[in-house]
Ligand binder design. Structure first.
Ligand code: AMP
Ligand code: MG
Length: 274
């Protein structure tokens, strides 16, 4: 249904997360890109995505699910704001997934997620997602391996069902370095207006960086599929992150066959005269 661009896409047969440069400046054509040029392309991408979103929304045949995962301070909130904020809000829904509530925890792990599967014509954004059940749950042994390991299969089956129901799926891992996280955490501490964003649990999680990288690597290998690919976005530079995400969203939407809904006959001949 969608033709997914190759740039930054995870190849499950050949993937090594640690070899990826989180601060790269290499653009879609393989040449270095500077901030000004990247920002100009980002602006054009946004305009193109707006038009494509309008058509998707009018047609009500296809939907788009965009999954964001990252380490703390990885830029999920900023990426969602910058890449989807300018769109028609009637066609976009965003859902964040936090520590499961008692009610959520009393169901299977996909229960809270499936309620937010996108309706036709909509763009649905997940700020964290069902992937937490193979990331934080694995790193902290919240559930035994015999349980979380099966979740790869459950996730793949769920995403295949979505794809068979005309949902195009894009999954973005915003990839920052350990050093970049240190700077961003310090910035949150140094700015009183951003203290609300800081959680002392972020410092605890930071100590588990290698375990998280291992969990991410296996999750991306197990679940990057033709119909639901993962993209690892170098995210130390926010302008590069926004340029890369909007380029991939634009190219994916452009590859979907969309048509304006059939109008009544003879509209062009009608003149409103009073
Ligand atoms: P934040 O995104 O900063 O608001 O933090 C949300 C927190 O919820 C993160 O620490 C996530 O790891 C945690 N979280 C999300 N989903 C789950 C889950 N299924 N099990 C345990 N913790 C989760
Ligand atoms: Mg947080």
């Amino acid at each position: 249904m969608a033709k997914y661009p190759k740039w930054h896409r995870v190849d499950p047969d050949n993937f090594d997360l640690s070899s990826i440069d989180t601060g790269t400046k290499l653009g879609a054509d393989g040449k270095k890109i500077n901030r000004n040029d990247a920002e100009a392309i980002y602006q054009k991408n946004i305009e193109a995505i707006k038009t494509l979103q309008f058509k998707m929304w009018a047609e009500k045949k296809t939907s788009l699910l965009v999954v964001f995962q990252a380490m703390d301070t990885g830029g999920k909130d900023g990426a969602i704001r910058k890449c989807f904020g300018p769109l028609n809000p009637q066609g976009v829904e965003t859902q964040a997934f936090k520590v499961p509530t008692a009610e959520e925890a009393s169901h299977d792990f996909l229960w809270r997620v499936q309620k937010h599967s996108p309706a036709k014509g909509m763009i649905q954004i997940f700020n964290r997602s069902h992937y937490e059940d193979v990331l934080v749950v694995r790193v902290h042994n919240y559930k035994p391996e015999s349980v979380w390991r099966k979740n790869y299969t459950h996730i793949n089956n769920y995403e295949e069902l979505l794809s068979d129901s005309n949902t195009v799926i894009l999954k973005f891992m915003l990839n920052i370095s350990l050093d970049e996280q240190k700077e961003r955490l310090q910035e949150r501490l140094d700015d009183a207006t951003r203290h609300w964003k800081f959680s002392s649990s972020d410092l605890k999680e930071r100590k588990f960086w290698p375990q998280y990288m291992e969990a991410f690597e296996e999750a991306l290998i197990q679940t990057s599929k033709k119909h639901a690919p993962w993209y690892v976005i170098p995210a130390d530079r926010k302008w590069y992150r926004n340029y890369a995400i909007t380029t991939i969203v634009r190219e994916t939407l452009e590859s979907i066959e969309m048509e304006w809904p059939k109008a009544e006959e003879g509209l062009a001949d009608i003149k409103i005269d009073s």
